[in-house]
Every structure is written in C-alpha cells, then in structure tokens.
Design a protein around this ligand. Sequence first.
Ligand code: EPU
Length: 335
Amino acid sequence: MKKHNYSLLPHNSFGFDIEADTFVDYSTEAELIDFLRHNNADDTPLLHIGGGNNLLFTGDFAGTVLHSSIKDISVTDETDDSITLRVGSGVVFDDLCRYTVEHNIGGLENLSLIPSEVGAAAIQNIGAYGTEIKDLITKVDTIEIATGKRRTFTAAECMYGYRNSIFKTALAGQYIVVYVGICLTKNPKPNIEYAALRNELADNKEPSIYDVRQAVIHIRNAKLPDPKVLGNAGSFFKNPYCTRSYYEDLRRKYCDIPHYDISEEEVKIPAAYLIERCGFKGIRYGNVGAYDKQPLVLVNYGGATPDEVIALADNIEKSVLSEFGISLEREVIYV
Ligand code: EPU
C-alpha cells in the first residue's frame, strides 16, 4: 500500500496530526525488497517506523515513511524444553505476549502490554519488570536499505544494551528488520524479582506466567497512561547511569534517592525520582504535562504541538542537570 500526503495520526502515540509526503506499508519481505530496488532510487528521506510509540515527530515528514505489516509467525526449532519462533516485524508485540502466555510458553510475560511491534522491539531492546527482549532474541533478519540484500545478525552482533542496539548506533538507518528469532521456554519459571511485581503477587505463592501477565497488566494500567486516551510515548528519558561515588555524594543530600546496582562502580538512578524532586510530577503547562502517576511519561492532554512537548522536555532536562548534575538522555527519538 502506497499513499501520498498521509496523516501519521494513527502511527504516533503522542497523537500529533502530522503528515508524511508518502507512506508505504508492506506485507512481505519481497514487497520491501521490490520497493527498495525500484522505488527508492532518488534521495528522498526514508524513515522506518514500528508502532510509532517511541517517536516524536517535530513536524510533517518530507519523505517516505515505511511500515512493516509482516505478520507471520513460524516455529523454527523445538526441543523438550524450548521453542524458537521466527516472528514477523509487523506483529503487535502484545499479541505475541498474549499468544505465548495462553499456550504456557514462557519468557515474554513480563513484557506484557508494552506498546510496540516486534521489529521495533528488537531495535530498541524493550524491557520491563526485570526482562529485556535481548535475552530471548537468537537472531535478527534484516534487509539492507542500500542494496535490498538480506543480512542476518546474531544476538551478539546486535550489540544490545539498555534500550540500545547496533541498529540505533553504528548501523542506524542502514538496515530494516523483517524477522526476529525468539527462543522461549516450555517449562516456564516466572521472574518476579522486580519489587513492584513481587508486591502485586504477594498473595500468590506459585504464580503462573498467566498470573504474571495479569499482574504486569494491572501495574501498567495503574501507572502508565493509555496512549489511546492520553497521547504519550512511554518513558521520555532513560534512567541515567552514574558512578557509585557520585551516587553516594547525592545520597548525602537526598537520603531517599533510589538506585539499582549495575556493577561495582556503576549504579542506575530512576529518572522518575529526579524529575519528581524537581517538582514536575503532575505538572501541566498548556496542553502538555508530566503524568501525575509517573512523571517520566510526558503527555499530550489534547491538541498539543510537538514544540510544547519539546519545551517541557528541555525544561525538565535543565532542571535535573542544575539540581543533580545529571544529564538525562532521551529515550524518545525526535524525527
Ligand atoms: N519513582 C518516583 N516517582 C514516581 C514514579 C517512580 O520516584 O512518580 C521512582 C521510584 O523509586 C520507583 C522507580 O522510580 O521505584 C522506578 O519506577 P518504575 O517501576 O515505574 O519504573 P521506571 O524505572 O520509571 C522503567 C522503564 C519502563 C518500564 C518500567 C518497569 C525506562 C526508561 N523505563 O521505568 O519502560 O515499564 O521500568 O520495568 O527504563 C518505557 O521504556 O517506555 C517504559 C515504560
């Protein structure tokens, strides 16, 4: 499907009514290769999106926006304990979570309800409640934009990090993910190490992965705004890393400052805490604000412009830097 002057309203969770010059939705690898070889000879800017849940369009896009509707799922390997799936990049991530949990296949339950599609999930290394998708990915099949040729990346070659991969760094804008290999277990053992999840399941001595999925859905619904109701792109910033000694210094002044251990030398601090301490929790400026239950999420209360969100984000970054000496890094990508 190819459309011109196409509204991206259904494709950006902030809910901005902006347009792309051209929008191309493909359903097969062959269709994508054909587009890259024959329709993309000029220098028109190209942007590949997933569910548009992690993007901030700063205005209309003067180029072609590509979207995958490759939705087939197949089993590529199966043992007594494990099952490896080859999942199309256009599969809605939570549809995959629900399907696997319903079939008692474990691994994805903690990632329930993350608004994403499978290709974007593999690029962004989505994570929640103690699970990151990188630990389940076996390989990523891609098409090189410049040549239309296939290339498969092993999980190690993807260079995964916290909300990061080679597709966002050294090879950004060069490859399109078409399929993702995901290895799951047929003997699920729920991971409820994450404090909020453990609390939610406190009365359940032997939670199943179905219970974990329900608990995650409950926590997310209680804390995070539904983008269909209130435009947002999830966490706007990443949780910053700092040295342990810097954290200890901060703790002298802010005795309740939380942290997660990363290594002997490094800790991660919840950005939500820093933003709340700077007074932004629940604040509203015009049509935008920092969500009252989770200030790491910036929301469009309706009719906001991209500039309003950017101004609020800049304001937060400046305040956190001046109060804590920490530079917040954006998780949301500006286009
Ligand atoms: N906190 C506050 N004030 C608040 C909310 C939280 O101080 O209003 C502090 C608390 O100390 C809390 C801590 O922040 O314990 C962590 O909060 P939460 O469990 O809500 O998680 P998060 O670190 O803010 C991350 C991910 C989320 C993911 C959750 C659960 C990032 C940038 N965000 O948020 O991912 O769902 O953990 O695992 O890593 C996303 O990436 O879009 C996203 C929503």
